[in-house]
Design a binder for this molecule. Structure first.
Ligand code: ADP
Length: 321
């Protein structure tokens, strides 16, 4: 097994709440095992440039509850080239780094897998609010994003019910509907529109008319950004039966804020598990939380295997309407 005296950690791709708690957990686990921890600034771009900072006790003090990532994140086109990756390896060799923890989404995991294939010990931690990564029930940041969206929607509900309004709320999630579905169930939304399911605008208009006729004071549609924009949907809904439609795009507020306790605990567990994994010779794998238990699975599963929405949650939208 390779020696593992100095472990580096980076955050890459889109940021998500909880990444700082994961960074702290990697650093703390290194300290606990008498190993050194190095932070890489700005993801793979910083790796290529050798932009490294020591993650000692002082550097990680007070970061656990903060949103975003203290290591910053960036997208790096250079890292997608063999030359870029060679430069990154050279920088790590020079700095005496023996293993790397990559916190990010499936794009970042492609990069992690490339390093593993070059013989460099690399382990991934899934960090994205989209929850669109196979191999884990939840990604870091998802729970916080759901709660942030929920808080905003509760406020919209108040004004929606006062004015007999139809609110179309667009939530993030890239090409997946995990965030939209969870938010829809948690907010008691009447409808959810996700990329995974076919959409009939005619059927939706019919349901809205029936709902208005039943004197429902307001209606909420949660729309995943991967389907279309809320403005586009509003245009398509020619006849809402009497409701006055309004559009809200929650946008980047969903990516920010202090992580929930769930996300902090998940990040801390995953950070420790990933680091301990490197110490026992794991590489080319990501940490996942499956049925409340941490497991490793091959990095490529993250993008090659489809992750499905929960049929149970989907059925709740209809049952609770
Ligand atoms: P996310 O990790 O959130 O999905 P991106 O898709 O933007 O974010 O990926 C983040 C970074 O990962 C990219 O900027 C790039 O440096 C690296 N990356 C993405 N795809 C590859 C790839 N096929 N090979 C090597 N590195 C990659």
């Amino acid at each position: 097994m390779n020696k593992m005296d100095r472990i580096a950690v980076l955050t890459s791709g889109g940021d998500s709440p909880g990444m700082n708690a994961a960074i702290r957990a990697v650093a703390r686990t290194c300290m606990f095992n008498d190993k050194e921890c190095i932070g890489v600034m700005r993801g793979y771009e910083g790796l290529i440039e050798g932009d490294f900072v020591p993650l000692d006790r002082k550097a990680i003090g007070g970061i656990m509850h903060r949103g975003g990532t203290v290591l910053k994140t960036a997208r790096s086109e250079r890292f997608k080239t063999p030359e870029g990756r060679e430069l990154a390896l050279e920088q790590m060799r020079k700095a005496g780094i023996d293993g790397l923890v990559v916190i990010g989404g499936d794009g970042s995991f492609h990069g992690a897998k490339a390093l593993h294939d070059l013989g460099f010990p690399t382990v991934g931690i899934p960090g994205t609010i989209d929850n669109d990564i196979t191999g884990t029930d939840e990604t870091i940041g998802f729970d916080t994003a759901v709660n942030t969206a929920l808080e905003a929607i509760r406020k919209l509900r108040d004004t929606a019910s006062s004015h007999e309004r139809l609110f179309i709320v667009e939530v993030m999630g890239r090409n997946a509907g995990f965030l939209a579905l969870e938010v829809a169930v948690a907010s008691g939304a009447e409808y959810v529109v996700v990329p995974e399911l076919p959409l009939s605008i005619g059927q939706l208009c019919k349901q809205l008319k029936a709902s208005y006729a039943e004197h429902r004071s307001h209606t909420l549609i949660i729309l995943a950004e991967g389907v279309m924009s809320a403005a586009q949907m509003c245009e398509k809904l020619q006849d809402t039966g009497g409701y006055d439609p309004r559009v809200t795009v929650l946008g980047y507020i969903q990516r920010g804020g202090s992580p929930t306790s769930f996300d902090i605990v998940l990040s801390t567990r995953m950070g420790a598990f990933a680091t301990e994994g490197l110490l026992i010779g794991k590489s080319g794998v990501m940490v996942g939380n499956i049925n409340h238990k941490l497991v490793f699975s091959d990095l490529e599963r993250a993008w090659s295997e489809h992750k499905s929405l929960s049929p149970e949650l989907l059925s709740l939208i209809t049952k609770m309407n």
